[in-house]
Design a protein. Structure first.
Length: 318
């Protein structure tokens, strides 16, 4: 079904499952863009590309791939983002959801009202990389979908809308990402309507908070002098398909993909990192303030099918 009425004249810059889901939600509210721009050069992203092409074709939306010197036999291509400027200079604004290319000022300022970006993290606290994972790792009780204006910094523009996603005890990075996908269109719609109104109040961000970097190998490591809650949060924040939390035992690295904090533990004070109990599918380990049960352990890419063959009670993680 072709959507003929465009309430707002905007360009949609997309990359990721969330951008596809967000666009589907906006289209249901008759808020389709005039133009969709993707940036796909690798085969690993072809499923996203094909899904976006299909959606745009069904809805009569123009779609362009910015892919350098690539050849795309199905849709028009541009070599660089600056090539967008002539086509969007008379647009109202641009909306970016997961777009992977840095936008220079001459691009994000080309539309009449500039461009806005959907970021799954509270700003300015979680600027930059892996905002969902970092929020969970740091014990946040909610992840904030933030819509902000694009400027020359990294996620540093004025905030136009915030949409809270609660983090429950059973959530991990994947379930929170899914919840963000489900809410993305609602958050974007509110922000877009605010942007088009004349009396919108924007929140300025603190300029002196640096953007976060990619989660490092050191950050992935489980340190046993931390609390059980801190370790639990780290494990669920970077579980598969992310690299996973790393625990070192007898010189070998094990990846831990899930865990739980036991309801009851003995009153003995155990040395942090000591293995208290082993079962076929999990092990119980002492932490700085209690104990944690580690589950779904992998070594060299293979699931440990019987933890009792790899770990000994009384042994200790380093």
């Amino acid at each position: 079904m072709v959507q003929e009425k465009h309430v707002m004249k905007y360009v949609y810059l997309a990359h990721s499952e969330m951008s596809l889901r967000c666009l589907e939600g906006l289209m249901k509210e008759s808020m389709a863009p005039l133009l969709v721009v993707i940036n796909v050069t690798k085969e690993i992203n072809f499923q996203f590309r094909n899904s976006m092409i299909e959606l745009c074709r069904e809805s009569g939306i123009e779609i362009i791939n910015i892919c350098g010197t690539c050849v795309d036999s199905e849709i028009p291509t541009l070599e660089k983002v600056e090539d967008l400027i002539p086509g969007i200079s008379d647009y109202d604004f641009g909306l970016s959801v997961g777009f992977m290319k840095i936008l220079p000022e001459e691009v994000f300022s080309a539309p009449r009202l500039g461009m806005i970006n959907l970021h799954c993290g509270r700003l300015p606290q979680f600027r930059g990389r892996a905002p969902i994972s970092r929020a969970i790792m740091e014990g946040e009780t909610e992840v904030m979908i933030t819509i902000h204006k694009i400027d020359q910094g990294v996620d540093s523009g004025d905030v136009i809308e915030e949409f809270a996603i609660p983090v429950g005890e059973s959530d991990d990075v994947n379930s929170i990402y899914e919840k963000c996908c489900e809410a993305s269109a609602d958050a974007a719609e509110i922000a877009m309507r605010k942007l088009m109104s004349k009396d919108t109040a924007f929140r300025k961000q603190s300029p002196d908070i640096a953007p976060r970097e990619k989660i490092s190998e050191s950050e992935r490591r489980i340190y046993w002098d931390a609390s059980a809650r801190s370790i639990f949060n780290k494990i669920r924040a970077i579980t598969f398909p992310y690299p996973g939390a790393a625990a070192i035992y007898e010189g070998n690295e094990f990846i831990v993909l899930s865990s739980e904090i036991p309801e009851f533990v003995n009153d003995d004070v155990d040395e942090p990192g000591m293995i208290i109990k082993t079962n076929q599918m999990n092990i119980q380990v002492a932490t700085a303030d209690g104990q944690i049960i580690l589950k779904d352990l992998f070594r060299k890419g293979s699931l440990i099918k019987d933890c009792r063959t790899e770990f000994k009670e009384g042994g200790r993680f380093s």
